[in-house]
Ligand binder design. Structure first.
Ligand code: ADP
Length: 454
């Protein structure tokens, strides 16, 4: 696997070389074409000039005048070129001293008469020949040396540019890849820490895609951390719950076991036997109540079966009637006031009201008063108020926990399981309702069930 920095450097270098090569080639082709066309243009200027026409028209072998003209005319251009004057194919005058003249196709053609010019890109030289009459030929040759020089300069220039470009591209890609890989390395470290269960944030340095990735990573890390903590909390709550259930079931089991053993091993009078059996019966009831309530709690994980319009006052009255025996025993008066309707699950709402009312009666003193107030409208509610022992401030936040009982409740031996309010609270949650408690011990305790609160 190649490193990002290597890939980036290679990419930058190839782009630099490609661009320079393309521009260089285009420039060289352009210069060559220009060189060729200017040769044609300049030959026209030399041989169509008035002074040349004069020499041409009256030419009778005066090679000096012709040479003079050609020398001057060619000097007026930047590109150095040679002229030759031939007589029957032999050089009689030339701008070059020494050396032989190569016979080009062009020259050969003109020696037969007329004129000819060669400007093909592929030829090794550019030349122009004109038959002057009387066996004389005027001939101009461009050996392309000037073009070669020019092209060489350009090539050198581009070679320099290439070296500078390569150095710059390498430096630039090094800096960019350093910045890029710095953040990516940070992400990699963060991910590695995350796999070990350490949730840390990655520093966001850039505003580009990598910076965006860092931000997403941080959000993801936070989310996973909170899910993880939630999962751990749920797991520890679950463990605590199992421990509580075991403990709550163990107590009645121990009582039952020891009473049964005593009954078995001892001769007891009828009264004592009856008392023992009653205790066993009572503890069995308590166990089945706990198990039933636990089953109910597990059912609450399912969404409510069906929602119907409920007459809240009617439900409260029915609950109060069902508890007449309990309230009657303690001389507690239960008053139901107001009215209201709500669209909800009948069983769950009934359970909530029943549990709240049971507690209100259970924790009321003899002759106490329990007031149930129903309100309607778009935010229906049921409030259950009693003037019993109340809940101390240190316990009020925990009474909705499963198996939680206040010391006073335990002291009183009221026999509760500590699940009633948990069931009420979890039922309310499952209906999207809110259940809250407020208490001034000994004065007033209120449980408030509110539907459709914001
Ligand atoms: P329990 O079966 O013990 O009543 P709950 O879950 O119904 O269990 O209630 C939890 C605890 O909250 C009770 O043990 C009691 O201490 C306290 N509590 C609930 N309702 C009242 C109330 N109306 N007045 C005083 N204390 C209450």
């Amino acid at each position: 696997m190649k490193k990002i920095s290597t890939k980036l450097t290679l990419a930058m270098l190839s782009v630099t070389v490609a661009v320079l090569a393309f521009v260089g080639a285009a420039l060289m082709i352009n210069i060559t074409l220009d060189y060729f066309s200017s040769f044609g243009r300049e030959m026209e200027l030399v041989f169509e000039d008035g002074r040349f026409t004069e020499i041409y028209d009256g030419f009778s072998g005066d090679t000096d005048a012709l040479a003079d003209y050609l020398e001057n005319a060619l000097l007026s251009f930047q590109t150095p070129r040679d002229y030759y004057i031939l007589k029957d194919g032999n050089v009689v005058k030339s701008s070059r001293t020494g050396g032989s003249l190569k016979m080009t196709d062009n020259l050969r053609r003109v020696l037969d008469g007329g004129y000819s010019r060669d400007g093909k890109l592929t030829s090794d030289a550019l030349d122009f020949a004109l038959d002057m009459g009387g066996g004389y030929t005027a001939y101009v040759l461009d050996g392309k040396q000037a073009l070669a020089l020019r092209l060489r300069d350009i090539a050198l220039l581009f070679l320099q540019a290439l070296v500078i470009g390569i150095v710059l591209a390498a430096a630039l890609s090094f800096i960019i890849s350093k910045r890029l890989t710095h953040s990516i390395k940070k992400l990699e470290d963060g991910a590695q820490r995350m796999s070990r269960g350490e949730f840390t944030q990655v520093e966001v340095k850039t505003r580009d895609e990598v910076g965006g990735l860092c931000r997403v990573f941080n959000e993801m890390s936070e989310q996973i951390q909170s899910d993880f903590e939630q999962f751990e909390r749920a797991e520890s709550a679950q463990r605590e719950f199992v421990a509580n259930v075991s403990h709550e079931l163990k107590t009645p089991l121990t009582v039952i076991k020891s009473y049964a053993q005593t009954l078995n091993s001892m001769e007891l009078d009828a009264d004592t036997r009856k008392k023992f059996l009653k205790t066993i019966d009572g503890e069995t009831d308590r166990m089945s109540e706990i198990v039933e309530q636990l089953l109910y709690i597990s059912k609450l994980e399912q969404p409510p079966a069906k929602l119907i319009r409920l007459d809240l006052k009617e439900l409260c009255r029915q609950a109060a009637d069902a508890l007449l025996l309990e309230s009657g025993k303690k001389g507690v008066t239960v008053r139901v006031e107001g009215e209201g309707f709500v669209r909800s699950d009948r069983e769950r709402v009934t359970t909530i009201i029943y549990n709240l009312l049971t507690n209100a009666i259970k924790y009321s003193d003899e002759g106490g008063l329990v007031t149930v107030t129903v309100t309607g409208g778009d935010k229906p509610s049921v409030s259950v108020v009693d003037n019993g022992i109340g809940i101390p401030p240190e316990d009020i936040g925990r009474v909705f926990e499963r198996f939680y009982r206040t010391d006073k409740a335990r002291g009183r031996k009221t026999g509760g399981t500590g699940l009633g309010l948990a069931i009420a609270k979890e039922s309310a949650d499952s209906l999207g309702a809110r259940l809250t408690a407020a208490s001034t011990p000994g004065v007033r305790t209120e449980f408030l069930l509110e539907f459709s609160y914001d």
